[in-house]
Design a protein around this ligand. Structure first.
Ligand SMILES: N[C@@H](CCC(=O)N[C@@H](CS)C(=O)NCC(=O)O)C(=O)O
Length: 201
């Protein structure tokens, strides 16, 4: 029995839900209300001392941090495989997941936070600056994707890491530069996957 401590809008929880869907795994979804601080209760901190979602429980195994959860799921439920077979490929996937966590998710989060404010209170300069950062990440991804369907070999955990924020680029007010053709078709390809559609974004 798999249980996922989850928050609907969290990109890290969404990453894990994509993997569960790709592997067609049934799971129970437990809502943690971050706005009410449920992630910082003594009970929750026993599961994840960092007090963050997602947390996955598989029978008696407790795993937290989306990247580690996704690798756990890929090893425990190997089909379909979401990691390359070779060590170099796996290292490349991990580097891209790290790049996503450090360079893509944070600026997208800043823009989202600005857009959640009433229009009069938004900092247009800040939005512009972080749009620029997102654009630079997309340009770098174009280099990785040229002539390829996915970032590293077949569809992998690297692609999945980017999905939650990629699919809401229009909501963030980001238009993919027309020169980034590989990125545009990659996003189209990702959007078609049932696992991605199941996020309902
Ligand atoms: N590195 C973690 C990040 C998880 C994370 O930042 N989760 C956020 C929600 S998107 C959270 O639980 N925040 C609540 C808090 O920090 O109190 C992962 O990949 O799972």
């Amino acid at each position: 029995m798999i249980r996922l401590y989850d928050y609907p809008d969290c990109p890290f929880c969404q990453k894990v839900r994509i993997v569960l869907a790709e592997k067609d795994l049934e799971f129970e979804r437990l809502h943690v209300d971050l706005r009410r601080g449920e992630q910082k209760t003594a009970e929750f901190l026993k599961l994840n001392p960092y007090g963050k979602v997602p947390v996955l429980i598989d029978d008696d195994v407790v795993v937290y941090d989306s990247t580690i959860i996704n690798e756990y799921l890929d090893e425990e439920y190997p089909l379909p495989s979401l990691m390359p077979e070779d060590s170099a490929g796996r290292a490349h996937v991990r580097l891209l997941e790290d790049f996503c966590d450090n360079s893509f998710i944070p600026p997208a989060g800043v823009v989202l936070a600005e857009l959640h404010k009433p229009e009069a209170e938004r900092d247009a300069e800040r939005i512009k600056r972080y749009h620029g950062e997102i654009g630079r990440v997309l340009a770098r991804l174009e280099g990785y994707l040229e002539g390829k369907q996915f970032l590293v070999g077949d569809f992998s955990l690297a692609d999945i890491a980017f999905v939650p924020r990629l699919v809401i680029l229009p909501q963030l007010g980001v238009e993919v530069d027309a020169r980034l053709q590989s990125v545009a078709s990659w996003i189209g390809r990702l959007r078609e996957r049932p696992s991605v559609r199941s996020l309902g974004l």
